[in-house]
Design a protein. Structure first.
Length: 327
């Protein structure tokens, strides 16, 4: 039996690098992590990435001796140029400015290297191996600390003119809304991300002392410490205040999805990320309200699924880059 071909997926963040080998079925066979030196020199940042990658390769040699490395994919914070594999100037990776990451890694491993942002790559992983299998137009949203989106059309990530397309988390749905970290007002990220959900709960409690007792208890009695995880836990236990907060969040997401559907009308909508996992039970409410926010009335027919990959979406997505059809 010939040795297996595996694909190395690397997920780079501001504080850590996660690396894993993925087989042709999308199973992550082994993985490793290393701290990311985001504030050192460019070469020190590269060294952090290579540390995680080499640790993964060492693990794989123990479990899959003689395997073939089919390629390397890397998820990196943007802005970046996915066509040239250059990391331009990400705020949380100050070590790299116009850094030719793909070229540097390719020189070490001797295989093709592709670089993408995490949401685009995760969308591709869902298209290849996950909830988007069998669909031609896949819209993916990861809901967590921020909101990222990706669009895959016929197996290809839609990058737009410069590689920066599908910043769906920064679509404004209320220009009177809170200021987003991007500088705009009323972005869906500023209304439905984890920090936004927690901020809304804190504001309601401050305006009406005595509300949110269960959430406050989970936060140790300190409203300033309320996190979206506390709200999710209280909601799962039937707390009415937590239900109110999440219901409002789903209303914001419904308005946003109406815009997405009217613009793109994808074949499927997939939710990933920690907050994304909460959306599933709310699908009936979202579908019931979509006609009010969607000109394309058949938009309610578009299936919505939770993602296959959550914590490891970066690894799987990066590896999936190796299997995408080339332009």
């Amino acid at each position: 039996m010939p040795p297996p071909t595996l694909y190395l997926g690397v997920d780079i963040g501001g504080t850590k690098v996660a690396s894993g080998l993925v087989d042709f079925q999308g199973e992550i066979t082994c993985k490793a992590r290393a701290p990311m030196n985001a504030h050192g020199t460019a070469e020190q940042g590269l060294g952090s990435v290579l540390t995680a990658m080499n640790a993964t390769m060492k693990l794989a040699l123990d479990t899959h001796p003689g395997f073939n490395l089919g390629g390397v994919g890397i998820c990196s914070p943007g802005p970046l140029d996915p066509h040239k594999g250059i990391v331009i100037n990400p705020p949380n990776l100050p070590c790299w400015r116009n850094f030719p990451l793909a070229q540097k890694i390719s020189l070490v491993f001797g295989v093709p290297v592709l670089v993408e942002n995490d949401a685009n790559a995760a969308a591709l992983a869902e298209y290849v191996w996950g909830a988007g299998r069998g669909f031609k137009a896949v819209f993916y949203a990861t809901l967590g600390t921020g909101i990222g989106t990706g669009l895959v059309l016929d197996g290809r990530i839609y990058n737009g003119r410069t590689g920066s397309a599908t910043e769906g988390g920064h679509v404004t749905i209320d220009f009177h809304g809170p200021k987003c970290g991007c500088g705009k007002f009323g972005c869906i990220e500023a209304l439905a991300s984890g920090p936004a959900i927690a901020a809304r709960a804190r504001a309601k409690i401050a305006a009406s002392p005595g509300r949110g007792a269960r959430i406050l208890e989970l936060a140790g009695g300190n409203a300033d410490q309320i996190q979206s995880e506390h709200i999710a836990t209280a909601w799962r236990k039937g707390d009415s205040f937590a239900t109110e907060i999440l219901s409002e969040t789903m209303d914001f997401l419904t308005i946003w999805l109406g815009n997405i559907i009217d613009m793109l009308e994808p074949d499927v909508i997939i939710f990933g990320g920690g907050i994304g996992e909460l959306v599933g039970p709310w699908f009936p409410q979202i579908r019931a309200n979509l006609p009010k926010w969607c000109i394309i009335k058949r938009g309610v027919e578009i299936p919505m699924f939770l993602a296959r990959y959550v914590a490891d979406s970066g690894i799987a997505g990066a590896a999936a880059l190796c299997l995408a059809p080339k332009a």
